[in-house]
Design a protein around this ligand. Structure first.
Ligand code: PLP
Length: 383
């Protein structure tokens, strides 16, 4: 049976070039980059090279890159570290549709006395910029707003957001975990102070991430320990994975201009095909401002989990907008924040492509999905 992987916002396959780049660091080049001797020195220069490659992808300076263990750590480091550096009076501003890696530390800070504002989105997942203007006018703030949403792919206007936050004297962190490698990101033009990256979303392995920290940003370290990463993150560097992330960043920089328009074309074909062949189907999120690889589709009157189960039986991997907690199928906080009607929210399904997706994959999904939806609708109590 054909296997089609359309769950790339959950994780991506590790690129073969990345595996190849990492292997020597498990075999011959196993020194500690902080050591003074040759074993360390030989390895340290590859860490520097990887830092440079990631910095190039973002148009940053290598000294502004801090390697972490994942996107979640980067988000925690940014939000908690900036709040700690700013002091107890600082307010925290975020959105209702952030990943939990941002929402949880923001809510943790609220429990510890900080005022927290969670901004709303409209029915298409767009942020209310007037509400942001009003929120930042209230005094010094740490603001965390994602570059692109993991569930809907909706892209927030970070240039405009940065203009608003910086004009009010705030500190701005952008969770760009889903955007890096899919959208061109240039921190020399967009004045974010911090930006989170996760390796496994751009064809590097799980367990490596980074935080871009603009020079001069006030940030307390999150992992206290040794002097690694210029004193900004303790812990001996995960050299093979850092090298892997560097290679993945280099590959992304080389392929983004050609591959992402191709991926967007495949995504559009998938989306249009499903809307045409499956009645009572809608796209969730602003279709004009979206990641090139993502579509979130609601098949009304059917459960997302049931769709995923049957797709998986046909060899197709996708993801649902529902979180199965304590036996009840709740639509995700993102879908709920957008006010998607009940009958559509439960059937929301995310298809996320990558540069490894091809036309035959899309043709297969277009052939397999409509009969699955038809069968499930025939059983649905809501139709
Ligand atoms: N932020 C966003 C937008 C994400 O999609 C994810 C992962 O799905 C994360 C943060 C967390 O990244 P990691 O899995 O590397 O901890």
């Amino acid at each position: 049976m054909r296997q089609v992987y359309l769950d790339n916002n959950a994780t991506t396959r590790v690129a073969p070039e990345v595996v190849e780049a990492m292997l020597p660091f498990f075999q011959d080049l196993w020194g500690n980059p902080s050591s003074m001797h040759g074993f360390g020195g030989r390895v340290a220069r590859y860490v520097d090279e990887a830092r440079g490659r990631l910095a190039d992808l973002l148009h940053a300076d290598p000294s502004e890159i801090v390697f972490t263990s994942c996107g979640t750590e980067s988000d925690n480091m940014a939000v908690r570290g900036a709040a700690e550096a700013a002091g107890p009076a600082v307010r925290i501003i975020t959105t209702r549709v952030e990943h939990v890696a941002v929402l949880s530390p923001c809510r943790h800070l609220k429990e510890h006395g900080h005022e927290l504002t969670e901004l709303n989105v409209d029915a298409e997942g767009r942020l209310d910029l007037d509400a942001l203007r009003e929120a930042v006018a209230g005094g010094p703030a740490v603001v965390s707003i994602m570059w692109a949403n993991n569930e809907t792919g909706v892209v927030f206007p970070l240039s405009e957001i940065a203009g608003i936050v910086k004009a009010a004297g705030g500190v701005l962190h952008a969770d760009a975990v889903q955007a890096v490698g899919k959208l061109p990101i240039d921190v020399s033009r967009v004045p974010v102070d911090m930006l989170s990256i996760s390796g496994h979303k751009l064809h590097a392995p799980k367990g490596i991430g980074a935080l871009y920290v603009r020079r001069g940003t006030k940030l307390k370290p999150f992992l206290l320990g040794g002097h690694q990463e210029n004193g900004r993150r303790g812990g001996t560097e995960n050299v093979p994975y850092i090298v892997g992330l560097g290679r993945a960043a280099e590959l992304a920089a080389h392929t983004i201009d050609t591959e992402m328009p191709r991926v967007a074309g495949l995504r559009d074909r998938l989306e249009e095909g499903l809307l045409k062949t499956c009645p009572d189907t809608r796209v969730n999120g602003d279709r004009r401002h979206r990641l090139p690889n993502t579509t979130n589709i609601s098949f009304q009157y059917v459960e997302g989990e049931a769709i995923l189960y049957h797709l998986s039986d046909a060899g197709i991997a996708a993801s649902s907008g529902s979180a199965c907690t304590s036996g009840s199928l709740e639509p995700s906080h993102v879908i709920r924040a957008m006010g998607v009607p009940f009958t559509a929210a439960h059937g929301s399904t995310r298809f996320s492509l990558s540069r490894y997706t091809d036309e035959a994959d899309i043709a297969y999904v277009l052939e397999q999905t409509p009969p699955i939806i038809e069968r499930l609708r025939a059983l649905s109590p809501f139709v």
